[in-house]
Design a protein around this ligand. Structure first.
Ligand code: HEC
Length: 105
């Protein structure tokens, strides 16, 4: 991840008072499960695309992490991409964005 982007996102999350909230190991497992099944229902079980675009490192190259985090939290109005803010905290959305960028699933 590019350092200035990381710093910018950290500052935003810190300003909202949510940065540093640790994501527990069981919660990580839940998030990966969500990624596979809920996100996977549109983005493909292996995240190679479906109704929604692929969420693979190749495809996401050059897309800033804060842009991905914003898309996850707020969705894309006018498209089927829903907002996940009711279900995910800011650090959780950030963590998920890091996972898809890194190709973990
Ligand atoms: C109901 C279907 C649906 C579900 C469920 C869904 N998405 Fe999406 N998602 C979409 C669509 C469609 C787009 C493309 C929106 C557009 O046209 O810009 C998208 C776009 C995205 C993008 C932006 C990709 C890019 O290239 O800009 C990300 C990141 C993303 N979704 C992550 C997720 C994650 C993470 C989840 C689960 C927490 C999820 N999505 C669940 C349909 C879905």
């Amino acid at each position: 991840m590019k350092r200035p982007v990381l710093i910018a996102v950290s500052l935003i999350l810190w300003a909202q008072g949510s940065w540093g909230a640790e994501i527990s190991t069981p919660r990580r497992a839940e998030l990966l499960n969500l990624l596979k099944h809920d996100c996977g229902s549109c983005h493909g079980l292996s995240l190679k695309g479906g109704l929604g675009p692929a969420l693979t490192p190749d495809y996401l190259v050059g897309k800033p992490i804060d842009f991905l985090v914003a898309t996850i939290l707020y969705g894309r109005p006018g498209t089927p991409m829903p907002p996940w803010r009711p279900f995910l905290s800011d650090p959780e959305a950030f963590w998920l964005a890091e996972q898809i960028k890194a190709g973990v699933r």
